[in-house]
Design a protein around this ligand. Sequence first.
Ligand code: NAD
Ligand code: MG
Length: 395
Amino acid sequence: MIGVTVLGSTGSVGVSTLDVVSRHPERFRVVALTANENAERLAEQCRRHRPLYAAMANRGSAARLGDLLRGMEGRPEILAGVEGLEQVAALPETQYVMAAIVGAAGLRPTLAAARSGKRVLLANKESLVMAGALFMRAVAEHGAELLPIDSEHNAVFQCLPADFGAGLQQVGVERILLTASGGPFRDWTRERLASVTPEQACAHPVWSMGRKISVDSATLMNKGLEVIEACWLFGASPDRIQVVVHPQSVIHSLVQYRDGSVLAQLGNPDMRTPIAHALAWPERLESGVAALDLVGIGRLEFQDPDPVRFPCLDLAYQAARAGQSAPAVLNAANEVAVDAFLARRIAFLGIARLVDRTLQALPLEPVAGKDLDGLIDIDQRARESAEQLLRRGVI
Ligand code: NAD
Ligand code: MG
């Protein structure tokens, strides 16, 4: 029996993970579930999946969860705060940790899973963008297994040979092609983009996801974060990664080899496929995803992304090339910008402007040798700088 902790179990990826896990009760046991504030949803999940532990980021919510589960037979032990999240990521009863918290808040618990040598199923791309070197070192030093959940990276992983860790050149890889749906505003003019509302940005045409990643998909910052994520996961330089807009989202990504071969992974756009892949690897498990109907789909189209209407992708490439503190600053400024957009403090096009201004405002700092606190300090200062720009009303 494999013990599984799901960090962020009440979110979109968390719910899909529990769906796949519960299809295989002979193979997996849910050891711990976690959420930010939604005690009601976590209580329901506890009743259904009967974990040994439940953790909430916030103490008040943890107390509420305790009330909701009062009298439950086999009630889970309830933990609170970031320490509680770290603790359930490192439990001896757990072998696999699904890292599906959104944003920089996921870094500490995801790192705790890596440091305790777990199989880490990584959905939380922001932790790699913010602390790639530290995270990859923790994985290597503690013998953790890192399996990508982001559909593009999971696709690339499936298209690479098992020994890709020797170096992409070594195994004959020329390029990684990351596909992008293009988001809900793929064909919109810049004039129309100026008045996009949070509701419109959160209604993704293909994927049903949390609000933050939905906005990131609409600005193409999600693809930018994924370029940086791919650099770390596959040891690639940004110039070997090309983004291709593919509206049908059937090809999840591709790997181009020296001899002209291009390998792709295809499937219906449903996160349960990469989740089942990472849970079963190197085997295969039934995921609940319907079989792909290529004739029904009919056409697969491809375009270049437009850097004028969607400047966030280029900002991310620039940060990836600059390295050092730039990706962490990009990520922090983007989180502030997305929150401000969702709170209607700035317009949709203001997201890219705020990220750009924050990157310009802060000098590049070396990150080699920085520990977790050093990286969190960079993140905090970038947030403050972005907030200051917002307050000055220059966005
Ligand atoms: P979501 O908003 O639906 O869920 C986020 C989860 O994190 C929830 O369980 C929430 O309670 C928890 N959480 C939020 N803030 C927290 C905090 N401060 N402390 C502790 N827990 C907190 O998000 P999602 O769409 O499931 O995405 C999760 C992660 O997976 C993101 O990093 C996203 O980029 C990545 N991802 C998602 C998808 C997708 O299809 N949804 C695809 C690829 C990658
Ligand atoms: Mg993705």
